[in-house]
Design a binder for this molecule. Structure first.
Ligand code: ATP
Ligand code: MG
Length: 393
């Protein structure tokens, strides 16, 4: 019954002169997302609106599902488009629209007509009243409620006439690509995919780096990260994922440094290597899934120690989230079930029983000096041997 979707967007509408850039990006992201849905579509901008026209048969659920993953969309309104063939015909069409859209005819409603074309022979208020009357006649169990209607029926008179009464919530945010790019440190855990999702939501394109430690970590642990990257890519668009073999570096740190400092020192090398790839990919920042106090390596002191080696800004969108709040997002975006698969993680393999929770920067720096002999070579080898995977949803 629907011919098109009206796409509502909020935040990007306020960007002044840049507005068209945002709208064009949104159109591009919508076109990309719709490739996943059965059917043929045309996306058009018209008078400050974006429409998705469905050309022929299409799968409604798939289409809405694809649109729900496009950042920048606030609402998705399935539209019935009518030609203007006079008021009589319009009221008949409204009645049959309601018949199909609402099997139970006992709702409260409000008609909200808008004339974008002022030469239409009736004024908006007149249309509201006249159509309202026709609905009450056709469905006597309905009633008008102008304050809090169950069904808000929009009638937009443009060159054609648009009818819609449902707004399916979109993900909000801004179109990916309108805010540069960042490098996500992606582990197989719950937090980092959520962190990537949240930064992508602000319009930032994403690349990622994963550190594994074969043979201590398995191929399926690696595959799990690729799968998570694919899930994030459903929102963020394609991700270039660097898979870095971290084994030699970890073993060397294990040999040379106090074990309780292991995690912090390891994390500092992860950041350094991530920053290297960030430079290669022209990323403007790093992203991690850290949250204050969650584990020993995420106390304020530990975060400061990790942060010290970075020159790029490190974005930590989960910094003030409780674990339950992070889990709620991961369930919403569909990464949770994969994240909790119990495969080994490179960080947990060499983890100390009592890691420092308040690392002292001077102490950490002097421990790292013990790595002087081989670390540069090991880092270079890790960087050069990294595997680059193009991940698309
Ligand atoms: P997550 O659920 O994201 O794994 P976590 O609670 O397990 O987080 P940590 O293991 O301390 O926390 O990691 C903190 C952050 O460091 C992660 O969110 C991620 O951004 C990054 N990180 C940790 N391990 C790796 C890894 N093996 N590869 C890439 N990034 C990692
Ligand atoms: Mg982890």
């Amino acid at each position: 019954m629907y011919h098109a979707f009206l796409i509502k967007y909020a935040e990007i509408a306020i960007k002044g002169k840049n507005r068209y850039l945002f709208e064009d990006a949104l159109v591009g992201r919508i076109q990309q997302a719709l490739k996943k849905a059965e059917g043929e579509f045309a996306v058009r901008k018209e008078q400050g609106r974006i429409y998705v026209d469905c050309l022929g048969e299409f799968d409604f659920d798939e289409t809405v599902g694809a649109l729900k993953k496009v950042f920048g969309i606030v609402g998705i309104c399935p539209l019935v488009q009518l030609q203007d063939e006079g008021f009589e015909r319009l009221s008949e069409d409204v009645i049959s629209y309601l018949d199909q859209a609402y099997p139970e005819k006992n709702f409260s409603f409000k008609v909200n007509a808008r004339r974008a074309r002022k030469n239409y022979p009736m004024e908006s208020m007149e249309i509201n009243a006249a159509i309202g009357e026709r609905i009450l006649e056709a469905y006597p169990d309905t009633r008008v409620d102008v304050h809090c209607p169950e069904v808000m029926l929009h009638i937009e008179i443009r060159n054609d006439i648009n009818l819609y009464s449902t707004v399916i919530p979109g993900p909000g945010g801004m179109p990916v690509g309108t805010n540069g790019k960042a490098m996500l440190l992606l582990s197989g855990g719950i937090d980092s995919p959520v962190a990537g999702y949240m930064i992508a939501k602000r319009g930032v394109a994403i690349d990622a780096v994963y550190f594994h430690a074969p043979p201590y970590t398995s191929d399926r642990a690696r595959q799990k990260v690729v799968d998570l990257a694919r899930m994030v890519a459903a929102y963020s668009g394609p991700i270039h994922l660097y898979v870095v073999n971290f084994t030699e570096i970890q073993l060397y740190i294990y040999e040379q440094c106090p074990h309780e400092e292991l995690t912090i020192i390891m994390r500092r090398y992860m950041m350094r290597i991530a920053e290297h790839f960030a430079g290669e990919r022209k990323c403007l920042g790093l992203i991690t899934g850290e949250s204050i106090g969650q584990v020993a390596s995420q106390t304020m002191q530990s975060l400061a120690a990790t942060n010290e080696v970075c020159t790029l800004p490190v974005y930590r969108p989960l910094i003030g989230f409780d674990k339950q709040e992070i889990i709620a997002v991961s369930e919403k975006i569909g990464t949770y079930e994969t994240s909790i698969l119990p495969y080994e993680d490179c960080c947990t393999i060499f983890v100390a029983k009592h890691p420092v929770t308040k690392p002292n920067l001077n102490v950490i720096n002097s421990s790292e000096k013990k790595l002087a002999e081989k670390i540069d070579v090991l880092v270079r080898e890790a960087v050069e041997s990294a595997e680059l995977i193009s991940v698309t949803a």
